[in-house]
Design a protein around this ligand. Structure first.
Ligand SMILES: C[S@@+](CC[C@H](N)C(=O)[O-])C[C@H]1O[C@@H](n2cnc3c(N)ncnc32)[C@H](O)[C@@H]1O
Length: 430
């Protein structure tokens, strides 16, 4: 296909996919998001909507490609190089609490806004400086200028004001992770090939030697921001515990014991135990997670089948079980430490015991949508920034088991429908 024909083909795809999306919205009496201050901020088509969801995902990919091709490679690359300025204007607006001083109805002049921002922040900032940052942010739909010299909210800037998890997510990214991201290359040069959580861009940027989560906990403001920011995705359908319950043949285990390692308060084990009454669970976590204030309540009817204990997964396992289950654990560690975790299981493993991992997995190149690939590759990059860990491809999972011990037989990896997390399974043959 010629490059001219590709442009035409993309615009045709966009027309076709937009129609599927708008027909779905109309037939379900739904409203598309907009920049209007009262506009919807979430696209109201969940993954479970099937064709309409896929059309939206295709639309995002096609509009991106058409946009990039229309810019052309040269202008595209030069823009990409200076795109960190997007983050700068957002960071300034967040840091100086600008959204608080813009009225939700009507508008405010740059002069009056600057006076309020200066009073609230207690340091000098000129009208010109604030105006240029805000006008830049407007390119990303953060505020509008309804008439020259006046600022008004949009649905985007309103989220910075009213959506606490989102505002903290913005702060976490712009304030806490932006500087480390700029130090990744220097950290890679300083500690070549490091798999240590204390030799990361975060250590380099903040000139400190703690692992990321310990560092976060040592600065209360950052710890609070992190905890609130993480709530942004807690309602995400793709990460729902329901996929963990339905995505594995738990029923086929019969009367079996599952050790939920790094299982936190036990909410995942509770959900699986509810659905599979023959299963027993031992939920292991660190000492800190077993303090009364961190434990959370245990549903009374599960007390017989779920116990919560202290166990460090780097130490030899003592509980003999049918399944050792790890959800959201492996992607937070480098291979070196994951191999340690797998080796520490060996004293308790009996022939036929299973290791079941529920975690992210990198798609094979060109097999996933642009949206999926962008999400998981961005998460993978953040794992490097903060903890020197990584997301893995299916082959990497198989190799990880082989490196830990040849007696692990990798039995497969699969993604339940609509889930963002995969199951990865191995069996102990020793
Ligand atoms: C990302 S959370 C995952 C929690 C839970 N599995 C889930 O699916 O939401 C990681 C958990 O691992 C626990 N953890 C971290 N280091 C650990 C260790 N060395 N031994 C046991 N648990 C650990 C943390 O306390 C935390 O509960």
């Amino acid at each position: 296909m010629t490059s001219n024909a590709r442009l035409a083909q993309l615009s045709h795809t966009i027309l076709e996919k937009t129609k599927i999306v708008t027909d779905h919205l109309a037939s379900h009496n739904l409203t598309a998001p907009s920049w209007d201050v009262d506009g919807a901020v979430d696209f109201p088509i969940p993954e479970s909507a099937g064709e309409a969801y896929t059309a939206r995902v295709d639309l995002i990919a096609a509009t991106k490609e058409l946009h990039d091709l229309t810019l052309g490679p040269k202008q595209g690359l030069s823009w990409l190089s200076w795109d960190f300025i997007n983050n700068l204007s957002l960071q300034a607006i967040w840091e100086f609490r600008v959204p608080e001083f813009v009225p939700l109805t009507g508008s405010i002049s740059f002069e009056d806004l600057t006076a309020k921002v200066v009073a609230a922040n207690d340091f000098k900032i000129g009208v010109m400086n604030l105006r240029r940052l805000i006008r830049h942010a407007m390119l990303n739909h953060i505020f509008i200028e309804p008439r020259k010299g006046f600022v008004a909210h949009t649905s985007v800037s309103r989220m910075l004001l009213e959506d606490e998890p989102m505002a903290n997510w913005v702060g976490y990214m712009c304030r806490d992770l932006w500087k480390p991201a700029a130090h990744v290359v220097d950290a890679m040069k300083k500690w070549p090939g490091s798999e240590e959580p204390t030799e990361t861009a975060v250590n380099h940027a903040f000139e400190q030697s703690l692992p990321w989560y310990d560092y976060l906990q040592s600065v209360p403001e950052k710890a609070r921001r992190y905890n609130l920011a993480m709530k942004l995705h807690s309602g995400n359908e793709g990460f729902s515990v329901g996929h963990t319950v339905r995505g594995y043949a738990w029923g086929k285990l019969g009367e079996a014991t599952v050790v939920d390692m790094g299982g936190n308060q036990g909410f995942v084990s509770f959900a699986i135990a509810e659905a599979f009454p023959k299963l027993k669970f031992v939920v292991q976590d660190t000492e800190g997670m077993r303090k009364p204030e961190a434990m959370g309540p245990m549903p009374a009817h599960l007390e017989e089948r779920v116990t919560r204990t202290v166990h460090d997964f780097f130490e030899p396992q003592t509980v003999v079980a049918d399944v050792y289950f790890f959800r959201w654990i492996f992607h937070g560690f480098s291979d070196k430490y994951n191999i340690k975790i797998l080796r520490a299981l060996r004293p308790a493993l009996r022939k036929g015991a299973k290791v079941v991992i529920n975690d992210g997995t990198l798609p094979e190149p060109l097999t996933a949508s642009y949206l999926q690939e962008r999400n998981i590759r961005t998460m993978d990059a953040f794992n490097q920034v903060t903890v020197n860990a990584r997301e893995r491809e299916i082959d990497d999972w198989s190799e990880l088991f082989r490196l830990a011990d040849e007696r692990y037989k990798f039995t497969g990896a699969w993604k339940p429908e609509n889930s963002h997390m995969w199951f990865i399974e191995a069996e102990w043959t020793g």
